[in-house]
Design a protein around this ligand. Structure first.
Ligand code: IPD
Ligand code: CA
Length: 263
């Protein structure tokens, strides 16, 4: 399969998974467990949606690897690995907010940032009625509309960010907010990194940064941003919580400059 065919498969599975998430949400959400901290929750729907995605990939791409948030990993025989977050923005999902997404990427190489090459990705936000797709060399799309990253306006850049689940990390996150506010017109905390990155690709947000993201939070988004003309890199100032930074080349460069500053 070429990148466009892999994208179409990712999109088809993301659409089906998004419909399941939406249906389960309308039936009421049941909390399955907490994970790293009390704030880090998983619902029955997260697990069921990941099962659906994993099952379809096993049937349609049996030699490919898998790395998912809820069910762990399987090694690849083909050199390709699917990096999957069944519901990104689980707290929004459980709280009844529409900004959550299914995030599916396929990468070549080890499914580890900087060793992977993003091939295709799909981010489906079913409660927003939006499906974002991208394939290497084929552009980034919202439905039939081609996407392009945006530049900061005269008042500054509209930026997005997120915070980790561990309260002990909040001070470091807030210090980064203080650093970037010098270039910002305003800041959004949407609650789904995959949606944030789709918004960067769409030029709705001019830039995004967050520490401590997992591969499944940003794998599909990284393909969207690159194919929309943007740049996404990771800055390892704090090795335990590397910082993802994304935006147009100019917005990204300015964010990198401010976020690399130490007090
Ligand atoms: C979370 C969301 C959130 C971000 C967290 C992520 P999850 O993913 O992307 O926006 O701030 O860092 O863990 O737990 O909802 O899949
Ligand atoms: Ca998740």
């Amino acid at each position: 399969m070429n990148p466009a065919e892999l994208r179409d498969l990712a999109a088809d599975i993301a659409r089906e998974a998004g419909e399941l998430a939406l249906r389960r949400r309308s039936e009421g959400v049941s909390l399955a467990a907490t994970k790293s901290t009390l704030a880090d929750i998983v619902t029955e729907a997260d697990r069921e949606v990941e099962d659906l995605i994993r099952g379809r990939l096993q049937r349609e791409r049996p030699g490919d690897g898998f790395l998912g948030e809820e069910s762990g990993s399987a090694a690849s025989d083909s050199g390709l690995t699917w990096v999957v977050d069944p519901i990104d923005g689980t707290v929004n999902y459980a709280s009844g907010m529409p900004t959550y997404s299914v995030s599916i990427a396929v990468v070549s190489g080890d499914p580890v940032y900087e060793r992977w090459q993003g091939i295709a990705g799909a981010v489906c936000a079913p409660a927003l009625g939006e499906l974002y797709t991208a394939a290497r060399g084929e552009g980034a799309w919202l439905g039939g509309q081609r996407l392009h990253v945006s530049e900061a306006g005269p008042a500054g850049a509209l930026l997005g960010t997120g915070f980790g689940y561990d309260p002990a990390t909040h001070d470091g996150d807030l210090a980064n907010v203080r650093r970037v506010m010098r270039m910002a017109r305003d800041l959004r905390r949407i609650g789904s990194a995959a949606v944030d990155l789709a918004y960067v690709a769409a030029g709705r947000l001019d830039g995004f940064f967050e520490r401590g993201l997992n591969p499944w939070d940003f794998a599909a988004g990284s393909v969207l941003v690159a194919e929309a003309g943007g740049v996404l890199t990771r800055l390892d100032v704090d090795a335990a919580r590397p910082l993802v930074i994304a935006g147009s080349p100019a917005v990204h460069a300015r964010m990198l400059e401010l976020l690399a500053e130490r007090d």
